[in-house]
Each structure stands twice: as structure tokens, then as C-alpha cells.
Design a protein around this ligand. Sequence first.
Ligand code: DX5
Ligand code: ZN
Length: 225
Amino acid sequence: MQNDIQIAPSILSADFLRLGAELDAIATADLVHYDVMDGHFTANITYGQFVLEQVKRGTDLPVDVHLMVANPEEAVPLFIAAGADIVNFHWEAQTHAHLLVQEIHKAGRLAAITLNPATPVCALESIVDELDMVLLMSVNPGYGGQKFIESTYGKLRALRRLCDEHHVCPRIEVDGGVGAGNAEALVAAGADTLVAGSGVFKQADRATAIADLRAAAARGRLAHA
Ligand code: DX5
Ligand code: ZN
């Protein structure tokens, strides 16, 4: 497990009429999570590389770009050019994962692969050594505000075992239905990076929500140690 816990608010649940103020309100977080949906890999469509350029101007935090798109081979260069700090593509959508990871690294960015809830962790057996981060979806991608899928805990433990066997330590991120109520258990199971959309932006105060997530994660950290 990486030393520090990272909190990554997903701006999918932000108020886009006040996006600059929303970015300011999450300045105490560690990453901005940026969900790209293309209407193919997911039914919904969100925002693309031009909005990312604006977001990069509105925050000092690194941006974690979660590409829920059918052709990551085409999308990755566009989001690298727009300033993605972490490029996160779905295992289920790609053909040449190794090549894509090399391309991301060649651009000097961090490379991450995302697994849908039904994709087993063993899919990463031959590539985990190359990754800076693995994202486990704890809902089916496409919407904010969904119910957390409980089998994620077992997957977190399996991923942690796989990483230990390979003597590697990528960040382990979890996304979907995460909040102060389950952050402790998620970190205890092996997560070190927590994405929260409604868990931050549907709360009365964003900074308090981030602080609550951090406090819960710290308790999970003690349990994991
Ligand atoms: C879902 C997205 C998530 C979403 C999480 O497909 O990948 O990042 O914003 O939203 P919450 O935290 O509300 O489940
Ligand atoms: Zn996401």
C-alpha cells in the first residue's frame, strides 16, 4: 500500500454552472477525478478534452482522467495533449494495453487501468508490473450516485495479493458509491485512493466531506497496518 491516502472528488456530481468555485472548494483533496463517457462504452456522454483544458487552468491538483470510452487508443493522445496527469483506461475497452501504457509513460504521465465490477483482478497478471495505478469500479460505470457493490472488498484483497506476489505497489483506487460510511473498510481491504462524487459534491460542505473521508480512511489504515 502507498503511504498516503489520496482523496479524489469526482466532478461528475459538481455544479457545472459554478465549476471554478467547485474546484476551489475541493482544494484540500489530492486529485480531481474527471469522468469521460462517450455514449458508446457507456450510454451517457459527459465532457471531453476541451473541458479538461479549462479544468487544468482552474486547479493546482493533478487530474485523474477516467476514460469510459470505447476506443481508448484514439482518446488517450487527445487527453494527454489536454493535460491529463493520470490516464486511466478500461481493460474491457482496449486491444493493446501494453502499448497504451507505454504511450502514456512516454508522454511523462501516470498510467492506470480500470476494471469493471465483473472483470477479475487476474486479468492484470501480465501488466500489473507496468502500472502506476489500478482502478476497481465498485459500481457499473455510467452514473454517479449508485449503490456500492459489496464484492469490491474481495477484489481489493485479491488485487493486493497480486501486487504483493509481483513485488509492485501501484496505487489502488476505488470508484463508485464511496463515502465516509465505507471509506474505512475500503482502506482496510487495501484501497489507498478513494474517488467520491456524491460523497463530496452532494454534501453540504465539500471541505468537511473531504476531511470526513480522510479521517475514515486513516482509521482503515490502522486496521490494515
Ligand atoms: C461512474 C464514475 C464515477 C462517479 C462516482 O461511472 O466513474 O467516478 O462519478 O460517483 P459516486 O461517487 O456518486 O458513486
Ligand atoms: Zn470515475
